[in-house]
Design a protein around this ligand. Structure first.
Ligand code: GLU
Length: 416
């Protein structure tokens, strides 16, 4: 392949949802796989729909996933001269006319327009279905069609990869390439991500922004991995790929023609996998961004708690509800007083306060007193924690011995 240059070209009319970001991701992967260039071009020529605040959100959505574009981002609104010069060229060729202040491109009838879409194969249109179209509006700004063709040529874009809702625009673009006697880039039109009902993905089904997913406690690694597999498949059965691995593996010939289906369970699965891969230090750093409760304990303590609950987390935002038992005293109706008093004695007799010794002493205690193990553990569980905990000995070791005894004393007071 000759030098690969691609662009992600959002219109700043709102915050991009994950479908748009998947398009950006595929462009990024193609560029990086080929040592090419990934351009961010802000298509801000529709002044009526322009929402300035969406620009930082677009950039953040890319950066949070590690999709850094090459060079500075480009704003079409700062390139009006370039479009004006190109309008002049077409005017000289007598391919335009002016109506009510806007410049139209004249579409010659009965022409065959075709291209070889790298995903869909040959696509043909007749120019008869295309009306003359505006290229520069009366406010002096170019239309999407015109600006995008001029820019793709000027930036030497080699591959235009975008959503297939643009297929019907491509013939207009090709007519412009012809009018300028330029070679068009290669086109790849991606099928849209659908909801589980096979209809356009709705907001409720998951068409939200990447930033909303991050706020909900999803990890960038999980989102990247999940999005990459919506419409592209690697060789073999492996599913877990971090961004660098996706860059290495990506190829256009493994893009899928069929629409991928958005499945939140799959995203949850990826998220769990990546949470489990974190080192303790990484994990608690992430947890601290999400948890109110974590603020009340030091790192050492938080590491212990997070190790215990990690397997039960789907997103980082689950931490507080799942780990709350380590932060609050027992709430449920306490068990019999005599049983709790007995458990207190057992706890008091523990000298070394770690998971192993706690287990050893308590098991020994259960055996020599002929207690029923599950009943004894349950008494402890209910006296010390709010509800079901992960394995009780590990859970006790997370708290200090003093704290455990305090909680038991409270339970004794409440018990009959
Ligand atoms: N600005 C268009 C959009 O919002 C870009 C389409 C294209 O990639 O050509 O999607």
């Amino acid at each position: 392949m000759s030098r690969v240059v691609v662009r992600y070209a959002p219109s700043p009319t709102g915050i991009p949802h994950i479908g748009n970001i998947r398009t950006a991701l595929f462009n990024f992967l193609l560029a990086k796989n080929q040592n090419g260039q990934f351009i961010l071009r802000i298509e801000d020529t529709d002044r009526k729909r322009f929402i300035p605040k969406s620009i930082p959100k677009i950039k953040e959505s890319l950066l949070v996933l590690g999709l850094k574009w090459d060079g500075e981002e480009i704003y079409q609104s700062k390139r009006l001269n370039l479009y004006q010069e190109h309008l002049e060229i077409l005017k000289k060729k007598q391919l335009t006319y002016n109506k009510e202040g806007a410049w139209y491109f004249k579409v010659e009838k009965s022409k065959k327009i075709s291209w070889q879409d790298l995903l869909h194969g040959p696509i043909n249109f007749s120019s008869d279905v295309i009306e003359d179209f505006v290229i520069v509006k009366s406010d002096g700004f170019p239309t999407y069609h015109f600006a995008s063709v001029v820019d793709d040529h000027e930036m030497q874009v080699s591959h235009v990869m975008r959503g297939d809702e643009w297929i019907s625009s491509t013939p207009k673009h090709l007519l412009l390439y012809q009018a300028f006697s330029w070679n068009p880039p290669k086109f790849i039109h991606l099928p849209p991500i659908l909801g589980p009902d096979k209809k356009k993905l709705s907001k409720r089904q998951g068409a939200r922004s990447v930033l909303e997913y991050i706020e909900d406690g999803y990890l960038p690694e999980a989102l990247v991995n999940f999005l990459a597999l919506l419409g592209w498949s690697p060789k073999g059965d492996r599913e877990l790929f971090i961004l660098d691995e996706l860059i290495r593996e990506f190829s256009l010939d493994r893009l899928n023609k069929n629409s991928p289906i958005f499945n939140i369970e799959k995203l949850n699965w990826f998220n769990k996998k990546y949470l489990q891969k974190y080192t303790s230090d990484e994990l608690i750093k992430k947890i601290r961004n999400f948890s109110k409760l974590a603020k009340t304990v030091n790192d050492q303590h938080l590491v212990k708690i997070s190790r215990l609950v990690c397997d039960r987390l789907t997103t980082l935002a689950d931490f507080d509800s799942i780990a709350s038992i380590f932060f609050e005293k027992g709430k449920e109706k306490p068990p019999q007083k005599s049983k709790i008093e007995n458990a207190r004695k057992a706890i008091e007799s523990i000298i070394t306060w770690d998971e192993y010794s706690i287990g050893q002493v308590l098991d020994e205690w259960i055996a020599s007193n002929h207690f029923e193990s599950s009943d004894f553990k349950n008494t402890l569980r209910l006296s010390v924690f709010a509800d079901n905990t992960p394995p009780i000995y590990q859970s006790l070791a997370v708290l200090s011995k003093e704290e455990v005894i305090n909680r038991i004393d409270d339970a004794i007071k409440k018990a009959k």
